[in-house]
Design a protein around this ligand. Structure first.
Ligand SMILES: [Zn+2]
Length: 234
């Protein structure tokens, strides 16, 4: 039996992979699953969350400041300003399961984890991210969103896509990978159906992939692997 964290909202699963891995290790050790009710928050998601917060409490006199933050009439911050939360930088997860909320920092330390705010016992981060600069946070966010870092494994892929994270690439996981791949190809705009289509397209219009080589870290190595397999570029 394998235990792991699942994301409630798949659009929030873009979290620093080592944080997900640390939470999964904790789950296995405790023999319990848990649910991440909030992970990465994009600007669009923050706008939505803050608008909902405002709507919920508007009748009680809640108001929104120009930085996006929402306040209750007695001056309590109900929703943080845009870009202020560590959730915007892919380095925080909210896990609301009661067993998780009752864990102390002394316990979490063994897993490289910490709850930086005592009044938010659901909010967890990696210890090593304590005190990092705004610039470092932005760099982490950019690398996570670009899918960089070599820490993605089967288990993390399963967590991110809402599957049972047992680390085994069985039929369900493979089916999900195909589904995701299809979606990635649609996003990238090169939804080729056969190798022949790919070769024809790149030969007649090399510009299709010249840009991708610059933006996708692994892509040049991937191309060179093919060239090496062929024994040169003929
Ligand atoms: Zn949080």
């Amino acid at each position: 039996m394998s235990y792991s964290v699942k994301f409630k909202y798949t659009d929030e699963c873009f979290v620093y992979p080592k944080l997900i891995a640390a939470v999964n290790t904790l789950c296995v050790k405790k023999g319990k699953d848990c649910l991440c009710t909030s992970g990465y928050r994009s600007l669009a998601k923050q706008r939505l969350i803050n608008a909902q917060s405002l709507a919920q409490r508007k009748s009680q006199g809640a108001y929104q400041k120009s930085d996006g933050s929402v306040y209750t009439p007695d001056g309590k911050c109900w929703a943080a300003a845009y870009g202020k939360s560590n959730h915007c930088y892919c380095i925080a997860m909210d896990i609301t399961d009661s067993w998780f909320q009752s864990l102390t920092n002394a316990e979490l330390k063994k897993y490289g984890l910490v709850k930086p705010m005592s009044y938010e016992p659901w909010h967890v981060q990696l210890l090593k991210h304590n005190g990092i600069s705004q610039k470092q946070k932005e760099a982490i966010r950019d690398s996570v969103l670009k899918g960089e870092g070599k820490d993605m494994d089967v288990k993390i892929f399963q967590s991110m896509t809402g599957l049972k994270a047992d680390g085994i690439a069985g039929p369900v996981t493979k089916a999900k990978a195909k589904e995701v791949l299809q979606c990635c190809q649609e996003i990238l705009g090169n939804n080729f159906k056969s190798a022949e289509e790919v070769i024809k397209a790149t030969q007649s219009n090399p510009g299709i992939w010249l840009g991708v080589i610059k933006t996708l870290k692994y892509f040049d190595r991937f191309v060179m692997n093919i060239v090496n397999k062929m024994g040169g570029c003929t």
